[in-house]
Design a protein around this ligand. Structure first.
Ligand code: PLP
Length: 365
């Protein structure tokens, strides 16, 4: 099937519609990946990412891979066979962490939570006295729930804290240093408002010193990547892989866009849009899925009303309004909708559009 002529309005769990500046930057002339201008761009991007991550970590960089590769990088560089990984699971991406950690050979201790509820740090703390790593997802895209990562930082003891910030970064505060995050990975396609394909990544000095010295992945070996991306002003860079220069230019434009607006203003814009959408959904008589008090503004989960065909409604939105929303995950595939208001989509006009079109789709589909 050919690409639609009019761009889709992406209100699903991701990718979102990019910021126009990020799309425009994809068309810039390509630079060589070791060109001094590209290296300077990479330095600027790393600095911008430090702001988004709330960190001073020297080793903060966009991995040339998706968010899942960021997850792999986190685990292959920190655990070896037999190490204990305590993983909080309250959605699909916590489940994926368990799978990744198990493949690295970790002894995985899952701390399961009901989908739709946040991570309970006390239960995580009680799971094992001395794990190598503790891991959790800040913003669970599969359920629309935000968890308190600072609470995990407070109980981590000597363990390294791995945090998934794929859906939170660029849309809500992420304070890696203050919260005690040792390794964080994210994605570009959600609130940062850039196309999918890079994994903003950060690792503390403490975690870097304790890293696995020869991980099973060559590509994701942070010891090798460090030389490529953290040398500063062009010095000390060696070839590791050919960086996706167009995507890095796009990421730079996305970060510039966010920082020009201001992180506080961006957060408020996402909060306001999410609240209006969630209020509007409830005024329509629909129920929200995520537990009250822990609802992500940028990703709203809605219970599909009894007797309504989820797929038909989503199909109607796509055919009639060119709007994509997401279905649920796993056992909730047909009983939950996921509506994203990320990056440029977090605005009152999008809220009005999605509410009116969803209402029509439910009535007519
Ligand atoms: N973690 C979370 C919370 C996500 O939402 C996603 C993707 O939606 C991922 C990890 C995986 O990222 P990617 O699909 O870019 O590999």
């Amino acid at each position: 099937m050919s690409q639609p002529v009019i761009a889709r309005q992406l209100f699903g769990p991701g990718p979102c519609n990019p910021y126009p500046e990020a799309t425009a930057a994809l068309g810039l002339p390509l630079l060589g990946h070791l060109d001094p201008e590209f290296i300077a761009r990479m330095d600027r991007v790393a600095q911008g990412l430090r702001t988004l991550w709330g960190t001073n970590n020297a080793r903060t960089l966009p991995l040339s891979a998706t968010g899942s590769a960021g997850m792999e990088a986190a685990f292959v560089n920190t655990v070896t066979p037999g190490d204990v990984a305590v993983i909080a699971v309250n959605g699909l991406f916590g489940e994926r962490m368990c799978e990744v950690a198990a493949r690295v050979g970790a002894e995985v201790i899952r701390v399961d939570h009901e989908y739709g509820t946040p991570i309970d740090a006390e239960r995580v703390a009680a799971a094992h006295p001395n794990p190598t790593v503790i891991a959790g997802v800040h913003a669970e895209t599969s359920t629309g729930v935000v968890s308190d990562i600072a609470a995990l930082g407070a109980i981590k003891g000597d363990a390294l804290l791995i945090t998934d910030a794929v859906t939170s970064i660029g849309g809500m505060p992420v304070l890696a240093d203050e919260w005690g995050i040792d390794i964080g990975y994210a994605g570009t396609q959600k609130c940062i408002g850039v196309a999918p394909g890079l994994a903003p990544f950060t690792i503390s000095d403490r975690a870097f010193e304790r890293r696995v010295k020869k991980p099973t992945s060559w590509y994701l070996d942070l010891g090798l990547l460090g030389g490529y991306t953290t040398g500063g002003s062009g010095g000390g860079r060696t070839y590791h892989h050919t960086a996706p220069v167009a995507m890095v230019a796009s990421l730079e434009a996305g970060i510039d866009r966010i920082l020009a607006e201001g992180l506080d203003a961006v957060t408020t814009r996402h909060q306001d849009a999410g609240k209006s959408l969630q209020d509007g959904i409830q005024e329509m008589g629909l129920e929200l899925f995520a537990q009250e008090g822990y609802r992500l503004p940028q990703l709203t989960t809605v219970k599909v009303p009894e007797g309504v065909d989820s797929a038909k409604v989503r199909g109607y939105l796509l055919d009639r309004f060119n709007i994509e929303i997401g279905g649920g995950v796993g056992q909730y595939a047909n009983t939950v909708w996921r509506i994203g208001l990320m990056g440029p989509n977090a605005n009152p006009a999008s809220v009005a559009l999605i509410l009116s079109s969803l209402k029509e789709a439910i009535d007519k589909a």
